[in-house]
Design a protein around this ligand. Structure first.
Ligand SMILES: NC(=O)c1ccc[n+]([C@@H]2O[C@H](COP(=O)([O-])OP(=O)(O)OC[C@H]3O[C@@H](n4cnc5c(N)ncnc54)[C@H](OP(=O)(O)O)[C@@H]3O)[C@@H](O)[C@H]2O)c1
Length: 355
């Protein structure tokens, strides 16, 4: 089978790993790269993701030229949440132009069933026009909260509740401009960080709760949210920048679906800039960073997943690579799917390809 032709759109934290993955894989062929910053435009794709052998594909910000390419799929990893309207416009334009999309951007798109009618309708119309399919995913929200808890639940006679948690130290996550700002790291505890606007965590993570409820055949009464921040005990430095004593150094939130009057499905985050902050908050066994999936019922199961790089790289980078590969590995299934908005549960089982 000839390789699927892919455009990589965005070469940031996630995109550089997606780009490297596309170049290296025999079942995918890189045909275009979109970059935004002038410093990247005109440079070979290999250079933008740390590979030495030029690909002959250079980065461009010429959207018309990219849409005119003969491509099966766009791997879209542009910063979405800080430019929601523009991102929606781009996604619709690409889909309507006949190119399937696998995307990490706009995490609230992970579950189309959780979207408002206008957003879902607009994207669905673009898919219909182009005969194309959109999958939005990543590691969390995404992979840790869709197939993983459901695979665990395959071993239960009865499930009473599910809790999916990201328990990650963000101290090595070099994303101060976006994640740092949105979570309020290094800012006063009462800073109006975007994540703590009423409804914001539900907007981002409620899709997981709805997806699991639908998969289990449960009806949600409502979704509740709660969050908390903790201060730095003293001033210290992280990849997020300098954190002054007393400013935000740890953040936790729960987004909980209520079923039959009781908490039944929770998507949670605990993100610290140092492992010793918030000693009473959950952390993986051995004080490590990663994901915990707790399925309570008969019997109950707890699963812990640690993203790691065997070359000594940080778990944060392992998580970014995981997000990129979650969408790249879905490309063949997405290209073969009927037009529309899909989640991984709508696709045949997919896993690493071309290896
Ligand atoms: N669900 C998950 O697990 C998960 C995990 C990680 C990320 N995400 C999501 O994936 C997306 C990408 O994340 P990231 O950390 O890779 O983002 P990022 O590095 O902050 O940004 C990605 C790229 O967006 C481009 N960009 C920034 N402003 C732009 C603009 N005004 N117009 C066009 N392009 C622009 C930049 O291109 P240039 O470099 O060319 O300037 C940048 O490289 C985000 O929406 C994020 O929320 C999801």
């Amino acid at each position: 089978m000839s390789p699927l032709r892919v455009i990589q759109w965005g070469t940031g934290n996630v995109g550089q790993h997606a780009l490297r993955g596309i170049i290296r894989r025999p079942d995918l062929e890189l045909v275009g790269v979109h970059a935004h910053s002038p410093a990247k435009i005109g440079r070979d794709a290999a250079e933008l993701c740390g590979l030495s052998e030029p690909t002959g594909v250079v980065a461009t910000d010429d959207i018309d030229a990219l849409l005119a390419l003969d491509a099966d799929c766009v791997s879209y990893t542009v910063q979405g949440e800080s430019r929601i309207d523009d991102t929606m416009d781009e996604l619709c334009m690409i889909l309507a132009a006949g190119k399937n999309i696998v995307s990490t951007a706009l995490v609230f798109l992970i579950n189309p069933a959780f979207l408002d009618d206008a957003t879902r309708g607009r994207l669905a119309a673009a898919c219909e026009k182009g005969g194309t399919t959109l999958l939005t995913s990543g590691i969390d929200p995404g992979w840790s909260g869709d197939v993983v808890p459901l695979l665990v639940a395959q071993m239960c006679e009865r499930v009473d509740s599910i809790r999916v948690s990201e328990l990650m130290n963000y101290g090595e996550y070099a994303d101060p401009a976006f994640t740092g700002e949105v979570f309020g790291f290094g800012l006063p505890l009462d800073h109006p960080a975007a994540l703590f606007e009423p409804g914001a965590v539900t907007f981002g993570w409620g899709g997981i709760v709805q997806l699991l409820a639908d998969a289990l055949g449960w009806t949600l009464d409502e979704i509740r949210e709660e969050h908390e921040r903790l201060p730095a005990p003293e001033t210290f430095h992280t990849a997020m920048g300098r954190v002054e004593q007393g400013t935000t150094a740890a953040v936790r939130f729960d987004v909980t679906g209520i079923v039959g009057g009781r908490p039944a499905i929770t998507a949670a985050h605990v993100n610290r800039l140092r492992d010793d902050i918030g000693p009473d908050w959950p952390i993986l066994a051995g004080g490590r960073s990663g994901y915990r999936v707790e399925v309570t019922g008969h019997p109950s199961f707890t699963l812990e997943l640690e993203p790691r790089l065997d070359d000594g790289g940080s778990h944060a980078v392992a998580g970014l690579i995981g997000s990129a590969m979650r969408i790249l590995n879905a490309i063949p299934a997405v290209c073969a799917a009927p037009p529309g908005l899909v989640t991984p549960l709508d696709l045949p089982f997919f896993t690493v390809g071309g290896a």
